[in-house]
Design a protein around this ligand. Structure first.
Ligand code: 8YV
Length: 329
């Protein structure tokens, strides 16, 4: 029997990252890539000291109690609402995420989704593919202006700031934002973004993009009441997390044209998608791919691996969520 520590990679990742981990650990993989149920995850984690997770694995008090030998949980994502961080910290387990490496790529995608939604890209492509294009018309698929319009950003962390720069510098947009805490003046000036309260953000944005973390506090931050405050010509873009938007209320609002259109990369209960969202035309839907470039997904997997290696071989952290556990127990 090997004396090397054993870890689990809960979902399929790049072979080069698996090889890197195998230099240090006995590595169990999930090459079938089917998300593990909580019971399967607990079973696969027996005897393991570390795990690389994605948004499909929940790490909570029940899992930690079933896996008392676990020392580190490394999420291959910047968002970590699949972690019960207080429970992980209470168990003395190190948690990490993958900030920074996906910021620009995710902001690019946010802009792509905004452009596609405002300019009705998928709706017009479906029309063309269906053989319905038999003449050009002046108002055919006429959408909303992006350049020079007002971009509203809800959640102004790293990704929100990167989107603000794209809007202000690349598209000459008037950028307004709302966040739990206001940015310092230097960062606001650099992003060319103006802080407003949520009511003004909803009322003034031509395009509203959501980039805030999911929590009990942000659950349904955009529901029927908020949509009612938006311009009827506005677009709504969610690249943050499912559950921040009330998807059922959004489907009704889109059907009734209370706002012009929506672009969604994340969904409540994904990979399930609210059936009513699938039948409204004025929507662009993508399967949670905002960070999905090969380079960025590799960088995320490497960073998660580096967190596990640094912690288990040297007791060090790279991008910890709860650095206070170092030195505990
Ligand atoms: C991940 C994401 O790919 O980083 C995040 O928070 O949403 C995506 O970049 C996804 O969560 C899989 O873990």
């Amino acid at each position: 029997m090997s004396s090397r520590p054993a870890i689990l990679i809960a979902r399929n990742i790049f072979p080069e990252v698996v090889d890197k981990l195998r230099q240090h650990f006995e590595v169990d993989t999930n090459e079938a890539d089917a998300p593990l149920t909580p019971a399967q995850l607990a079973e696969r984690l027996q005897g393991k000291v570390g795990v690389l997770t994605t948004g499909s694995e929940r790490v909570d008090a029940a899992l930690l109690a079933a896996c008392p030998q676990l020392k580190v949980v490394a999420n291959i994502a910047v968002g970590y609402n699949n972690f019960d961080l207080p429970a992980i910290t209470a168990a003395g387990v190190l948690a990490s995420n993958t900030p920074d490496v996906l910021t620009e790529t995710t902001a690019d995608f946010g802009f792509a989704l905004l452009m596609a939604t405002a300019r009705r890209l998928t709706e017009s492509e479906h029309f063309l593919r269906a053989g319905q294009w038999n003449r050009w018309a002046l108002d055919m698929f006429a959408g909303a202006e992006v350049n020079g319009s007002t971009l509203g950003i809800l959640g102004m962390g790293r990704i929100g700031q990167a989107i603000a720069r794209r809007g202000a510098l690349g598209f000459n947009m008037n950028v307004i934002y709302h966040n739990r805490s206001r940015l310092n003046a230097a960062t606001e000036a650099e992003c060319k973004a103006r802080y407003v309260d949520k009511a003004e953000l909803l009322k003034s944005a031509d395009h509203l993009i959501l980039v805030l973390p999911y929590s009990a506090e942000s659950h349904h931050a955009i529901g029927a009441a908020e949509i009612a405050q938006m311009k009827p010509t506005a677009t709504l873009i969610n690249i943050a997390r499912g559950g921040i938007v009330d998807d059922a209320a959004l489907a009704v609002a889109l059907r009734e044209k209370r706002i012009a259109a929506a672009g969604l990369d994340v969904f409540e209960g994904e990979p399930q998608v609210h059936p009513d969202l699938l039948t409204v035309p004025n929507i662009v839907l993508t399967p949670h791919i905002a960070s999905a470039t090969i380079a960025t997904r590799k960088a995320m997997a490497h960073l998660a691996a580096d967190n596990v290696i640094a912690f288990l071989t040297e007791g060090k952290t790279v991008t910890p969520l709860n650095p206070e556990v170092i030195g505990q127990g």
